[in-house]
Design a binder for this molecule. Structure first.
Ligand code: UDP
Length: 247
C-alpha cells in the first residue's frame, strides 16, 4: 500500500522491488506499468495541479525520488525506506532489459542528445536492443503517429524524456497505444547519459547529497529547493495516522 504525503501516494519499494514489478509487467503477470518519480517539489506542485495529481493516481509505481520523501517518512514513522531515483531506476531497468532481451524505445531530448544517449547505453550494455528512438521535438498532433511508430518496433520498455508536464501528457494520452509494458517519464536523463549534465560524485550521491551538488552546478535551483523545508513540516503535520486528539 502506498504511503501518502499531503495526499500524494508514494510506493514503499526499493530498487529490487521496482525491478520485480517491471519483470511482472513485461511477463504479462500484471497490467502495463506506468512509473513516475515523486519528489517534494512534485508533491507540492500536485497540490495545485489536478492533471499531475490524476497522473500520479493512475501510475502503477510511484517511486521516492529525492531524500525529502524518505526523510519525511522517517520523521513520521512511515514505510518509505529507500530512495529510488529516476536515473538509477532507468539504468537498472535498461540493465535488466539487456540481460533479458527486452526491447527498449527512447523518446525525447534533442536529436543529437537522443543519439548520444543511445550510444552511451550501447557502450554500457552491449547486448541491449534499442528497438527504436526519436527526438522529443514534434508537434502535439503527431502524438498518435509516434505512438504507432513505437508500437511497430515491438518495444517492451518506453522511456520518455520530454520534461514535465509534456512527458506525463504523452504517456497518459498515448501510452497504451504504444503497446509497451513499462513506461516511464525520465525528464533530463538523456542529457545526463549523453554527458551534457554531469552527475554528482559517487560519494556525494551515497551520502544523499546529490541535491547539494546540483545546487552548486545550477544555483538557480535554490528557489525550487526551498520547497523542501515547507514540504517536511507540512508532511509531518498532516501525517495520515495521526489521531484526532493529537491535531
Ligand atoms: N525536451 C523535449 N522536447 C521538448 C522540450 C524538452 O524533448 O519539446 C527535452 C529536453 O531536450 C530535455 C528534457 O526534455 O532533454 C527536459 O529535461 P528537464 O530536466 O527540463 O526536465 P524536468 O526538469 O521537467 O524533469
Amino acid at each position: 500500500m502506498a504511503e501518502r504525503f499531503l495526499d500524494i501516494p508514494v510506493d514503499p519499494v526499493d530498487n529490487a522491488g521496482a525491478i520485480a514489478a517491471a519483470r511482472q509487467a513485461v511477463a504479462g503477470d500484471r497490467p502495463p506499468l506506468l512509473v513516475i518519480a515523486i519528489n517534494p517539489e512534485k508533491v507540492m506542485k500536485a497540490q495545485r495541479d489536478a492533471e499531475l495529481r490524476d497522473f500520479i493516481e493512475r501510475a502503477g509505481l510511484r517511486i521516492a525520488d529525492g531524500v525529502g520523501i524518505v526523510l519525511a517518512s522517517r520523521l513520521r514513522g512511515g514505510r518509505v525506506r529507500s530512495r529510488v531515483t529516476g536515473v538509477d531506476l532507468m539504468l537498472l531497468l535498461i540493465e535488466e532489459a539487456a540481460r533479458r532481451s527486452w526491447r527498449v524505445f527512447l523518446l525525447g531530448a534533442r536529436p543529437e542528445v537522443n543519439e548520444a544517449a543511445a550510444e552511451e547505453l550501447r557502450r554500457r550494455f552491449p547486448s541491449l536492443v534499442i528497438s527504436g528512438r526519436r527526438d522529443g521535438y514534434f508537434r502535439p498532433e503527431d502524438g498518435a503517429k509516434i505512438a504507432d511508430e513505437i508500437a511497430a518496433t515491438g518495444a517492451d520498455l518506453l522511456f520518455v524524456a520530454l520534461g514535465s508536464p509534456a512527458q506525463e501528457r504523452f504517456l497518459l494520452q498515448w501510452g497504451e497505444r504504444t503497446g509497451t509494458k513499462v513506461r516511464m517519464g525520465v525528464g533530463g536523463s538523456f542529457d545526463v547519459l549523453a554527458g551534457r549534465v554531469p552527475r554528482a560524485p559517487a560519494a556525494m550521491r551515497r551520502a544523499g547529497l546529490e541535491w547539494l551538488y546540483r545546487l552548486y552546478r545550477e544555483p538557480w535551483r535554490l528557489r525550487r529547493m526551498l520547497v523542501l523545508p515547507v514540504f517536511l513540516v507540512r508532511a509531518y503535520l498532516h501525517r495520515p495516522n495521526r489521531t484526532e486528539a493529537e491535531r
